[in-house]
Design a protein around this ligand. Structure first.
Ligand code: FAD
Length: 568
């Protein structure tokens, strides 16, 4: 892949969703792209994600949405910190980008049975049914040998850690929606009768969620003959007369120069796996192991490179925050890592407390807002990071928690013994539990008794739990009078430690509405673009709805390539 400027017009750094889409679109606009990827697998965090995208005015929304409504919502949640031109570009171009994905054979849809509400339900312009779109599964067999170089989805999104589920089927099984047994049988049958794949690998031929998105993009690259160089890491950017003209890289450990006749697009993810960059930029002390992203390459190489050539940077103190728990996977100890709690905080019979034994937020705000509440509470009390989720036997029996299936499916006697008192703490009394995890017994008891009174009335005057559409979406529809509130009363009692995790950092070079990297004076650095988590996010400090991170990475990939093709 060692090449000079005459060979590639566009060098894309990183093979997440934004990077791959940029390369395909560049090709379709008549340019010659290459993607370089540091890892020996392609797909980055995008491959292990839910694959959902947040698309205002998408074709399924009809007159529920309008550009003005979506823009108004975005302007409010981003607190005036993102230029309107950039927000407008997102609103205008995101649906166009989805239509382009469809032309590549990657189909997105909204699911009327799972309307995932926007994350700020109390802000004008939010939609109760949300703007989130889900990806249709794909047959991984279409990738040939490239199937095996796709970064594999996490086990928690699979049945028995290996059988692929999409978000729709997963929801049906988890919530035991009528007919769920049929879905289980159909899924098992599909997996076990796929003899060609069963003879070769445990991996499921069916690609779902993030794997479906990345698999679909990789297939489009293969069809077009676009090169992808694995094990090739950008180490710096070369400039000439103020223009970015090449990427310096290490290919299998060998230094190479890859000329970029027209542009370099940085798409190399955030810096969440770098302890040093976290220490320098995040508001409080955190640990990379708390992140739900793969534990390897997202260490801020783009940030280092753009700083060397004078780019302005922004939102370095921000991340797509998410509470995480550390589940020790016995089947796959090599992927032991923190797992995001996206929805579990919404079920009845549970609450979250800081280490003083006090509640500090509405537990079932969005995962991003929960993370921000942890930061806020820790700044005030010094007793968050970590905090604790407390629940009782009713919760344990009925509801899942990350990779811990509910008791009806995985009773305590079948839970791996080493999970107890490392991940899952259990005691016959609340006082015993408090003592075990080091919380003040009296305060915890007072918090729980107050919460239990609220649960009986179905109202939470302290934090309003269960009183907005987002909360209710994640509750138990069969639980009354409030689907998010139930007393913590039935022994035994349980606790899991919650860390301040993330789905990636979201600060980096400041970019304009064309995704061009800017200097402090606002002028673009010619030939340099940045998208996704390696750039200052179009969402600023906010997380407007599920899919806003992949949605923005791919939309600005689309905008960047349009701009590159227009130039010259
Ligand atoms: P990545 O996808 O991480 O890609 C960056 C790539 O660049 C990596 O492959 C990396 O190895 C490579 N790289 C790094 N440094 C270099 C270098 N020097 N040279 C070459 N290559 C390099 N978001 C959504 O919008 N919807 C969801 O449903 C969703 N679900 C999620 C579920 C989970 C469990 C997690 C962890 C995250 C989820 N997210 C979701 C967040 C989303 O996945 C990420 O924010 C997004 O994938 C970031 O995309 P990216 O292209 O910026 O980075």
């Amino acid at each position: 892949i060692v090449a000079d400027a005459s060979e590639y017009d566009v060098v894309v750094v990183g093979s997440g969703a934004g990077g791959l889409l940029a390369a395909i679109r560049a090709h379709d606009l008549g340019l010659r792209p290459i993607v370089i990827e540091k890892s020996d697998r392609y797909g980055g965090t995008s491959a292990v994600s839910g694959g959902a995208i947040w698309i205002p005015n998408n074709a399924f929304l009809g007159d529920q949405d309008s550009p003005a409504k979506a823009l108004g919502y975005l302007e409010k949640v981003t607190e005036g910190r993102v230029p309107t031109a950039k927000l407008e570009r997102y609103v205008q171009m995101a649906p166009e980008m989805v239509a382009y994905l469809k032309s590549l054979g990657i189909e997105y849809y909204t699911n009327p049975y799972m309307p995932y509400p926007d994350y700020y339900p109390f802000v004008k312009g939010s939609l109760p049914g949300g703007r989130t779109m889900l990806v249709r599964p794909m047959d991984g067999g279409a990738l040939g040998e490239e199937f095996f170089r796709l970064r594999e989805s996490y086990p928690e999104f699979k049945m028995f850690d290996k059988i692929a589920l999409d978000l729709l089927d997963g929801g049906i099984i988890l919530n035991r929606v009528k007919g769920w047994q049929k879905v289980v049988l159909r899924t098992l049958w599909r997996y076990w009768t796929d003899l060609p794949f069963r003879r070769r690998t445990h991996r499921d031929r069916l690609l779902t969620i993030g794997n479906a998105l990345i698999g679909g993009l990789r297939k489009a690259m293969i069809d077009r003959g676009i090169p992808l160089a694995l094990n090739t890491a950008m180490t710096g950017l070369e400039t000439s007369g103020g223009n970015v003209v090449a990427v310096q890289a290490s290919a299998q450990g060998r230094p190479v120069r890859i000329g970029a006749g027209r542009a370099v697009i940085l798409a190399s993810g955030g810096y969440e796996q770098s302890q040093q960059m976290r220490n320098e930029n995040f508001p409080q002390a955190t640990d990379p192991s708390w992140s739900a992203t793969p534990r390897d390459n997202n260490v801020g190489d783009a940030l280092t490179a753009v700083r060397e050539i004078g780019a302005a940077v922004e939102f370095l103190d921000e991340a797509w925050w998410a509470p995480t728990v550390n589940i020790p996977y016995r089947h796959a100890p090599n992927i032991q890592r923190h797992q995001a709690l996206f929805f579990e905080r919404g079920y009845p019979h549970s609450l979250a407390v800081n280490r003083l034994g006090r509640r500090f937020t509405n537990e079932i705000c969005s995962y991003h807002q929960f993370g921000k509440a942890m930061l806020r509470d820790n700044a005030e009390t010094g007793a968050n990071l970590p905090c604790w989720l407390i629940f009782d036997a009713d919760y344990r029996e009925k509801y899942p928690l990350g990779g811990l299936q509910p008791g009806w499916s995985l009773p305590d006697r079948k839970v791996p013994p080493d999970w107890f008192d490392t991940f899952l703490y259990k005691a016959e009394t609340l006082a015993g539990l408090a003592a075990k995890i080091g919380l003040p017994v009296d305060t915890l008891a007072a918090t729980v008794s107050r919460f239990n009174e609220y649960a009986l009335k179905g109202e939470d005057p302290d934090f309003g739990r269960g009183q907005n559409v987002y909360n209710q979406f994640f509750g138990d529809p069969n639980h009354q009078p409030n689907r998010n509130l139930g007393p913590i009363a039935k022994a035994p009692f349980y606790a899991v430690r919650i860390d301040l995790g993330d789905l990636g950092s979201k600060g980096g070079p400041r970019t304009d509405e064309e995704a061009r990297v800017l200097r402090e004076d606002g002028t673009p650095i010619s030939g340099l673009y940045a998208i996704g988590n390696c750039s200052g996010s179009v969402m600023g400090p906010a997380y407007p709805g599920a899919g806003a991170t992949l949605g923005s990475a791919m939309t600005f990939a689309y905008a960047a390539t349009a701009n590159i093709a227009r130039r010259n």
